[in-house]
Design a protein around this ligand. Structure first.
Ligand code: GLA
Length: 392
């Protein structure tokens, strides 16, 4: 499925809201994570890719030092003097409409690098990234905002620095204690490839996926179960990982290997141990996936995807019945592998499916949801795509 471009919509919305023409448009994609879940904030490894769904922003400049943001998703524009952002974030964030904290948080994170070059801006967003599906609509809005603002203010920042600004917005302006995977995927994505990221050094390697040549499709099953990482489970899992690392006296769970697990089990309670075991085995699965992709190609990674899902279901306990049903039904209908993707507690699963099996998997998952009394899922294919860019 090729989503309709939101670029024209962003321009139209800009003209309507601000009664002016933008000076340019930028965009950034959502992402799916092939494998490596809840490893990023443990300094570990991830293998995400950018998808074809993008958030577009049209930008204009202003002379009064005010930043205004508008979105086709919101009734009202939000406006704040740039000089006030420091007073608003993080302590008074509640005063800002939640969606606006993402782009305004990015501006706030970039102001120090800009100094006097930080001039007023109007930004209008439009997006075709599904919201709440675990496909990182938040990183898409952050990536679009960061690219547009950095270009306009003439900032000499590379893509990693822009990803960091997005993460700072998410952590401090929105209040979600996430890692940096999503922002890096949205900034660095490449067509037909995934990004193998070391979340400690932030070294990124482009890894060919070769799905098309192998006759494979990546199917997303959006369960419609919504989640928020600013509340509850995500932060608890993160705290359990930090507890495990402290007990093992390492800076992060990245420093624990599969061979260390037997000893770890004797040192901590069962729940903490299972959280640790997920992260440690998941880091190994990411490295194994990169190796197997290179040695045997994408048809051979299915079991790693399934093992990743089982680990999140049983050890990390972040799956929900809808995600388990999606994975099981996809597998039974011929998917080579499947797993939930993103932070968990809802959102989407991905399934790696031979081209001619997509309809069968779609029908089987839909029927399984119906039989379980779940809401009808939204099912579509995604294509590994390029990262953030100026479009016009
Ligand atoms: C969310 C976060 C990421 C990452 C994933 C889980 O998407 O934003 O930083 O932690 O969950 O892998």
């Amino acid at each position: 499925m090729t989503p309709p471009s939101a670029a024209a919509e962003a321009r139209r919305h800009f003209a309507e809201r601000f009664d002016a023409q933008p000076v340019g448009t930028w965009s950034a994609p959502g992402r799916a994570n092939l494998i490596g879940e809840h490893t990023d904030y443990n300094d570990g490894f991830v293998l995400p890719f950018a998808i074809q769904h993008r958030t577009h922003v049209a930008l204009g400049t202003r002379d009064d030092g005010v930043i205004r943001v508008a979105s086709t998703f919101a009734d009202d524009a939000v406006e704040v003097p740039l000089a006030d952002l420091d007073a608003v974030f993080p302590d008074r964030r509640e005063e800002i409409a939640e969606w606006a904290r993402y782009p305004l948080g990015v501006a706030w994170a970039l102001v120090p690098a800009a100094g006097p070059a930080a001039r007023g801006l109007d930004l209008a967003f439009a997006s075709n990234v599904p919201v709440g599906a675990g496909l990182s609509s938040s990183a898409a809005i952050e990536g679009a905002a960061a690219s547009a603002i950095a270009d306009t203010w003439g900032l000499d920042l590379d893509r990693v620095a822009l990803a960091r600004a997005g993460r700072r917005a998410e952590n401090e302006a929105v209040g979600a204690p996430t890692g940096i995977m999503d922002q890096m995927a949205s900034m660095l994505g490449r067509a037909d490839a995934a990004i193998f990221l070391d979340c400690r050094s932030l070294e990124a390697q482009v890894v060919d996926l070769g799905f098309r040549a192998a006759g494979l499709e990546l199917v997303v099953i959006d369960t419609g179960v919504s989640h928020s990482h600013a509340t509850g489970g995500y932060g608890e899992r993160r705290a359990a990982c930090e507890r495990g690392a402290a007990i093992l006296a390492v800076p992060a769970l990245r420093d624990v290997s599969v061979d260390d697990l037997a000893r770890a089990e004797t040192l901590m309670d069962d729940v903490t141990f299972r959280r640790v075991r997920h992260v440690v085995t998941e880091n190994q699965r990411v490295r194994d996936t990169v190796r197997i992709l290179a040695e045997q190609g994408p048809r051979a990674i299915g079991d790693l995807l399934l093992a990743s899902h089982a680990s999140m279901r049983d050890d990390f306990e972040i799956s929900v019945p809808e995600l388990d049903t999606a994975v099981d039904a996809a597998r039974e209908a011929g998917a080579l592998g499947a797993r939930m993707t993103g932070g968990g507690f809802g959102g989407a699963a991905i399934a790696l499916v031979p081209h001619d099996g997509v309809q069968r998997v779609t029908d089987a998952v839909t029927a399984a949801f119906e039989a379980s009394g779940f809401a009808v899922p939204t099912i579509f294919t995604v294509t590994p795509s390029d990262g953030a860019a100026r479009d016009a």
